[in-house]
Design a protein around this ligand. Sequence first.
Ligand SMILES: NC(=O)c1ccc[n+]([C@@H]2O[C@H](COP(=O)([O-])OP(=O)(O)OC[C@H]3O[C@@H](n4cnc5c(N)ncnc54)[C@H](OP(=O)(O)O)[C@@H]3O)[C@@H](O)[C@H]2O)c1
Length: 341
Amino acid sequence: MKAIGCTRSLLITGPDSLQDFELSKPSPQDRDLLVRVEAVSVNPVDTKIRRSQAAEGQEATPRVLGWDVAGVVESVGTLVRLFQAGDEVYYSGSLVRPGANSEYHVVDERLVAQKPASINMEEAAALPLTAITAYEALFERLGISPQGEPEGKVILIIGGAGGVGSLAIQLAKIANLHVIATASRPESQAWCRKMGADEVIDHTQSIPDQLEQLHRPMVEYILNTSQTDQHWEAMCKAIKPQGRICGIVDTMESVDLNALKRKSATFVWEFMFTRSMFKTDDMIEQHHLLTRIAEWVDRNTIQSTLVETLSPINAANLRTAHAMVESGRMIGKLVLAGWPS
Ligand SMILES: NC(=O)c1ccc[n+]([C@@H]2O[C@H](COP(=O)([O-])OP(=O)(O)OC[C@H]3O[C@@H](n4cnc5c(N)ncnc54)[C@H](OP(=O)(O)O)[C@@H]3O)[C@@H](O)[C@H]2O)c1
């Protein structure tokens, strides 16, 4: 089968940074599905893993990246209970297994859901990784009720126009929160409003000063989709006493946790690969939450965040996609669809 992978850490401008190659088709064991991949999206995790490969020493087989998939179940392992051949599915998968930049891919059924029926494969591939992250961050780590919070509670979403921010804004509106998102350019600010943000401020300016101007100096919840340390001081200032902050990006420098003590404020991490990486007892929650997301999409409560599709799925297009994601200026999601004949 066709696949795309990387053998060592190279700048994305280099023609060998991602390469087309042939790989044998995997077979599904136990609770695995074999999925015929129709569309894939690209996330910052792909570019981070590509760049973290060793600089020297070719790997015998290129590492296959890609953790956002829409496709069709081709066959199932002997212990599979939730799916059958022919089902149209979407999922992110597991970071400790090969990614899905290949014609066929195996994935544990507990991480998979039926694709939303009302959207196409490209629109579906844009969703899973960022939807899981935003869902777990809001409803599990921050403890927000998906049934709806009492009127008047506020969430600040730092980095509102990116993949995760776009889903977080929509989920926060489902939860009846007042949403203040950050974005630094007219087009990313407009996108945040399109996703449902009530107010948009600029993360290149002082966040506390802008919250003061909005007469909302402190907020109940903060989700930071950007660097945790860069916005740490602002978040500590902006969080209400007993409020909750969720981070999803490693700190480059250490932060002062004591800054939250007087407010009895909580800081919590979200890592959407925790369940699959540690095979937690509740791993099937990702099947349930992706099913819930699909229902919201089919009811038009959530819109796909797809903004651009490149075709076919090959190394050249994947290099273009990685370069766009690496720019740090993505709005919504970029998808690759269809295999070359
Ligand atoms: N822990 C997890 O489970 C998890 C899951 C998914 C992603 N992540 C990580 O979370 C980060 C965001 O992921 P993503 O998919 O949303 O990325 P993305 O789509 O590439 O995010 C792009 C957005 O980031 C915004 N941005 C750039 N610099 C910023 C800054 N200094 N402060 C605030 N926002 C800034 C940009 O807004 P403007 O153009 O308006 O400046 C742009 O819209 C990545 O580092 C990713 O690896 C972690």
